[in-house]
Design a protein around this ligand. Sequence first.
Ligand SMILES: Nc1nc2c(ncn2[C@@H]2O[C@H](COP(=O)(O)OP(=O)(O)OP(=O)(O)O)[C@@H](O)[C@H]2O)c(=O)[nH]1
Ligand SMILES: [Mg+2]
Length: 431
Amino acid sequence: MKKLIDIEQVNREKSIAVAVATYHNPVNVVKEHLDELTLLADTAGADVLHRIIQERDRIEPATYVGKGKVAEIKSLAQSENISLIIIDDDLSPGQARNLEEELDVKVIDRSGLILDIFAKRAKSSEARTQVELAQLEYLLPRLTRLWTHLSKQYGGVGTKGPGETQIETDRRLARERISVLKKKLEQIKLQRATQRKRRKDIIKVALVGYTNAGKSTLLNALSNSDVFVENRLFATLDTTTRTVEISPSTNILLTDTVGFIRKLPHHLVASFQSTLEEVCEADFILHVVDSSSSQAIDQIKTVNETLNELEVVNTPVIYIFNKIDLMSDKALLKEYQRIYSPSVSISASKGINFSVLQKIISNTINASFTKIKITLPMNEQSILGKLYDIVEVLKRDYTEDNIIISAKASSHQLEIIKKLISINKDIKISK
Ligand SMILES: Nc1nc2c(ncn2[C@@H]2O[C@H](COP(=O)(O)OP(=O)(O)OP(=O)(O)O)[C@@H](O)[C@H]2O)c(=O)[nH]1
Ligand SMILES: [Mg+2]
């Protein structure tokens, strides 16, 4: 996979972060976005030495910032030996090309930076395949003089066809590789579907939230496990699922997955589809929020927009306002909880309010359950054991010919039971 930025600690790249402020995107907001961009750069292995914000009516179509600013950036980069310019927006391939030509250093935009971090952090074969696909689709229209290394990576010596320029070779190789990766992902998708089928009879809950909100910390705390946690962006790229006991009679399967961020590249969302299917298939969602962030509300909106993009619209959501140990403004916390409900405020790392969290999860589960009665003829004892595996049995009564079981079932558990007993017309379900 291509590494755009050298991650070696000894060899961190020096960079300048650049953004345009407009009427719709005022300077104070842009400053906060640049704080996040600096964190992203740090995660990718680059130090931001300068931040440049240009106020303009609109973005310059050819070069993103105006001519004067381009000259200013160029001389700053030359005088301080800066090798990378990071733009806090998505550039069109044309803008990226023009800027690189004028500045004569690497230019990377927000999507490129996020993709680079994903490429460095992807460990499992699934994550690597997904990231490589997203990266190639992003790079394809952007292959320029500074990017032409693909033939070295995928082709090696002699791959250049007659009369092909380096860029043409790279484009052809990228297209071929994209189609291989797409096939591989189809395969992964099928495997995942089979795995999910096997776990159908247990309640599935997905942890969702902005990157660094504390999702993995919460999964670890609730399940006593040891998923990688770090105070950097995108610590988690792979999906981890653990069983969590919510009450003595209720277990859930809790899934932790990749965090979201403002302007998550759409290529990434598309290629992470199979990982994110765990979110799509969840019975309900725990939306973890870093309530100590000044951007908490914007982050909630970003996450909800991404959920919409994934077409997760009808799944119930519980908002979890995390990191309350860092928050002194209790009135603000109350306000968040008034706007977003049902919700609970916790500290995942300090274990504060876990009993309230468990209660709210229990209530949500209970609300999605209905009480049912199953009338089972005495000679169908074999089904009894299976029913116990699927649902929580509340009571068992015996009549002369039948066993009557009272149980609690979610809608999908009910579906499973219906299938199980469809072979025998003498078994009846009533509410
Ligand atoms: N003070 C405080 N820090 C927390 C709390 N929960 C998590 N953190 C810290 O926040 C940082 C991010 O935590 P993670 O659990 O990795 O966050 P995440 O949402 O999984 O992040 P990504 O996987 O990057 O999307 C770590 O440094 C945690 O120790 C909390 O309740 N209080
Ligand atoms: Mg995580």
